[in-house]
Design a protein around this ligand. Structure first.
Ligand SMILES: [Zn+2]
Length: 622
């Protein structure tokens, strides 16, 4: 990973960039003339400038660009460091006016400037760096060619002087061109949950980490040149982006190489040729990219040459392996990604992915195929495909808290749930690598469904399908693929049991109305999905009473529901005593699909409406 970050650091460099120089910010210019006479202090709006690079500011002053404490001598020790640095470069012609300003022409120079600074109201005093500028010149003194050349020369000389006599080679570049020193490698800014001054990726800051008689960062075996580049690379990935100003709400930064997964975790990604991978945006914001996703699926499909609309069904219902053949012509640009979290002053790397861009595209196509959900659109009365965003899927694994709002029970996602970040990390891994989600995710989703009174939502079904279909153990056990909509061909016992549970629920609602004190789902979902034999025994007794009531009140509906129930029962020999974790997943999907089928007109008009109402009230806050 460090090697690739060093490569990235080299690639993002602009002509004229050098390890000795670094981008800094100027907040005010001290304008003087060639004799060191003070003219004025001009406040500028945080202008970027290239100045002497310091890895850490502690105990150091920067040449000709520093804070008020150093420049105006507000702190004696810091000012002394600043003056020492200036004297070190006194041979450089461009530095001469500043030497006069502090020395021979002191009375008209620094004394006047310091008085001017002191007279400024506290609120107006610039807080950042002061630079020096000759009157009438646009270029600041530290930006002049001879000054920057001298800084580079001094840096190179220091590097040579520091090169270790034992010739220890850098573990990244494999050379001894630059020394391996016990000095900070540089700070990484904007790390999620990291400290604002920045975090260190590599830091041997206590003796416990040291070995072989080496001190501090000498233990890292990373030379100063490589250290500088990996720090620049990582900072670029975490911070590169554009500021967006929406019509409503606050401006925010749209990162180009970073996705925030939770408060303390972010994913960074890049390709070796620094090309964009727009498909990653689809994962994050699927709702707005349905046509793009469908065209990605068609372009990478091995199973369907899809040009007609009815082929959508084939595309989403058949096992899918994104065709690598069609991608062979694409330049196999390497793709890198890692997830990282801040931990006080340090960075924790959670994973590292190295693959190729065509593979990522193919994996993303498979991802969208596997999470596709087909639902009925009530307005157009058509089946519509939907793809959930990764955050929505991660949210489906999170804790939802029950709330009473205007007389209705709602479940709202608890955004503080620490599992959300872990779920997002696991799901990104699956999306990028085409991997099967771990069983912890299955256990988690099922537990949430049981604890939330059987709340099986569309997003939860999408996650369950992804886990079950991608898990090889399922295939070995003869499990059938879970489809994106009701699958009447599926003979899986748990799937059918889930469907039966939905029919029983529908019978209860039809007989007793939807405002129930004890809805079937709240009371029985948990037991029916884990211990079906005893639970369905009780449920059948209960449903006989409901059916009896219905037969007297609505004969047509009674016949429809009773025959649906009968038809499903013919497919099950007997209910097993328990359902395994996978079976509980199949049960949830069967239950959800059967409920959805009522919307598509496979139930009755009455039950359609009733079910729509119950699902709408219960699935808010996915
Ligand atoms: Zn190196």
């Amino acid at each position: 990973m460090l090697n690739e970050l060093v490569e990235l650091g080299k690639r993002i460099r602009k002509p004229g960039d050098h390890d000795a120089l670094k981008q800094e910010v100027v907040t005010a210019d001290i304008v003087i003339d060639a004799q060191g006479n003070f003219f004025e202090i001009t406040i500028v709006d945080k202008q970027p400038t290239k100045a002497e690079a310091l890895l850490s500011k502690k105990g150091k002053a920067r040449l000709l660009l520093d804070k008020a404490e150093e420049v105006f001598g507000l702190e004696a020790k810091k000012h002394q460091l600043f003056m020492q640095k200036l004297e070190q470069f006194q041979h450089v012609p461009s530095v001469n006016p500043v030497l006069l300003f502090y020395g021979a022409n002191k009375a008209n120079g620094i004394d006047k400037a310091a008085a001017r600074f002191a007279s400024m109201p506290d609120k107006e005093k610039p807080k950042g760096n002061f630079a020096f500028c000759l009157v009438g010149e646009g270029q600041r003194i530290h930006e002049k060619k001879d000054v920057q050349e001298a800084v580079i020369e001094c840096f190179e000389a220091q590097q040579k002087q520091n090169t270790r006599s034992d010739g220890q080679l850098c573990s990244l570049c494999g050379t001894a061109d630059y020394p391996i020193l016990d000095q900070p490698h540089g700070m990484i800014k904007n790390v999620p949950a990291g400290q604002t001054s920045g975090c260190a990726l590599v830091s041997y800051n206590t003796p416990a980490f040291e070995s072989y008689g080496l001190t501090g960062n000498e233990n890292s075996s990373i030379c100063t040149a490589c250290a500088r580049k990996y720090v620049e690379g990582l900072n670029y990935l975490l911070n590169n982006g554009v500021i967006c100003t929406p019509e409503k709400g606050k401006p925010y930064k749209q990162y180009s190489n970073r996705k925030n997964l939770s408060a303390d975790t972010a994913m960074i990604f890049w390709t070796r040729n620094l090309t964009a991978v727009p498909e990653l945006t689809f994962v994050e914001n699927s709702q707005d990219h349905v046509p793009d996703i469908l065209s990605l699926l068609r372009s990478t499909s091995a199973t369907a040459k899809v040009h007609r609309d009815d082929a959508l069904h084939t595309l989403l219902n058949t096992p899918f392996t994104a065709q690598q053949e069609s991608l062979k012509s694409v330049d196999p640009d390497l793709f890198y990604s890692c997830m990282l979290s801040g931990a006080a002053a340090r960075i924790a790397i959670r994973n590292w992915i190295e693959t190729t861009t065509p593979k990522v595209r193919a994996n993303l196509a498979t991802w969208f195929h596997d999470i596709a959900t087909i639902e009925r659109d009530f307005e157009s009365k058509q089946n519509q495909v939907q793809f959930f965003s990764l955050n929505r899927l991660a949210g489906a694994c999170g804790v939802h808290r029950k709330k009473e709002m205007s007389g209705q029970t709602m479940f709202a996602l608890d955004r503080e749930d620490p599992f959300l970040g872990r779920a997002a990390t696991m799901l990104w891994n699956c999306a990028l690598l085409g991997a099967a989600p771990p069983y912890t995710l299955l256990d988690r989703v099922l537990r949430r469904i049981r604890l939330e009174e059987g709340r099986v939502t569309a997003a939860r079904v999408a996650v369950l399908r992804l886990i079950l279909n991608r898990n090889s153990a399922m295939k070995i056990a003869g499990g059938q693929r879970m489809q994106p909509q009701l699958d009447t061909e599926n003979t899986n016992v748990a799937y059918i049991a889930g469907r039966i549970f939905a029919v029983l629920e529908n019978i209860q609602t039809a007989a007793l109305g939807k405002d129930l004190n004890a809805p079937l789902r709240d009371r029985f979902y948990s037991s029916a999905s884990t211990s079906p034999a005893p639970a369905f025994g009780r449920l059948m007794k209960l449903s006989q009473a409901h059916l009896g009531k219905l037969r007297n009140e609505n004969r047509g509906l009674y016949v429809t529901l009773d025959s649906q129930l009968g038809e499903l029962f013919t497919r099950i020999q007997s209910f097993p005593a328990t359902f395994s974790l996978e079976e509980q997943g199949q049960f949830a999907i069967g239950y959800y699909h059967q409920r959805q089928a009522y919307f598509s007109g496979k139930g009755t008009a009455d039950s359609d409406k009733q079910n729509k109402d119950t699902i709408e009230t219960s699935s808010t806050g996915v």
